[in-house]
Design a protein around this ligand. Sequence first.
Ligand SMILES: *Cc1c(COP(=O)(O)O)cnc(C)c1O
Ligand SMILES: [Zn+2]
Length: 419
Amino acid sequence: MSTSFVRGMKCRLCAKIYPVTPVNFCQDDFGPLEIDYDYDAIRAVLSKEKLEARSFNMWRYQELLPTDGEPTVGLHVGGTPLVKACRLGQALGFNNLWVKNDAVNFPTLSFKDRVVAVALSKAKEFGLTTVGCASTGNLANSVASIAASAGLKSFIFIPADLEKAKVLGTSVYGAQVIGVKGTYDEVNRLCTQVAFKYGWGFVNINLRPFYAEGSKSMGFEIAEQLGWRTPAQVVVPMAGGALIGKISKGFHELHRIGLLHDAPTTKFFGAQASGCSPISTAVKNGWDSHRPVRKPNTICKSLAIGDPADGYFAGKLIRESGGWAEDVSDDEIRDAMILLAQTEGIFAETAGGVTVAAAMKLLQQGKMDADAETVLCITGNGLKTSEAMANKVPEPVVIGTSLQEFEAIHQGHREPALA
Ligand SMILES: *Cc1c(COP(=O)(O)O)cnc(C)c1O
Ligand SMILES: [Zn+2]
């Protein structure tokens, strides 16, 4: 099946149309380019029945993704659980709460596998053999892994002070990993120069229009898993600010091609860490565009982008949808990671703590509705940021092998049925 429903690329500022090439900005105004689809043609060929007969991974929506032919890499990405979160809901005060759990996305345990699957399938269509990225950690893991499985060479640029597991989870795939002594924004600037000088495919730079489309699949899945409905409220962690906008775009596309009963009216809530909160600060102050944060300082490194590429669009979406944004301290992040683990059995990374803590704050402030159907987007896995849990969870009690030694540390409760 050919999936070429792409008409071209369109500037998000002036709407000028460009052919599909590895370029990410408009020559007239430097506006970001976005993929433009023929929705009427997609509507004519795609039904719920057809879609539901396919495997449950992100490629079941391939007509709405920008590859020309069948995807060639990242074939098992997506299809993550949407979990009814009653115990977390009770703890936070939400009466109808869900968790979209991309902490268990295949293959590298974050939602970034969705964007990389598209970007690298597209890189192969362009005939590129070397790819790379500027990353706060999860993107590095994903590009290195999926490039390895695709037989592509990869150069991964990261701030030199990332979490150990994120560095190991990149190097193990044989990627060339370059730790740069600087912030993410400085790393990104260097990568832009490298991408243009060497002609490599940097997934979040010159391949960004394709990369960003992969995030829509999180929105497609949420709507399908709710029974082809969109939730009233969504809370999304923001780094570059792309994911939040693409979940919204995904909802609207499903409606446009006739797969949803009602037009989406979802309110979007953005979550950031207080140590790097350019977008939530802009929303809270009523600014049109964000002011860059020069020196991010938070345990949530995955969201620590001081000058987010999609910050303007994220803020606009949040305001226009009737949502809001909030940021949370490192202590609030740690406590929320533990709360999510101990109520739902989901060990999320620091970004998950940001999402849960921000939802709690927004509800307490009356910005969110306790009774409305709400989805929290959990985007990465806690085993990758174990440093954040140092001194937060007790060490195991160590004993010998006898029953007496166990009973020396435990007297009390026995199940009545066995008493
Ligand atoms: C990259 C990332 C995000 C945010 O993605 P953007 O599209 O850049 O806003 C959220 N959570 C995690 C864990 C990430 O790695
Ligand atoms: Zn333009």
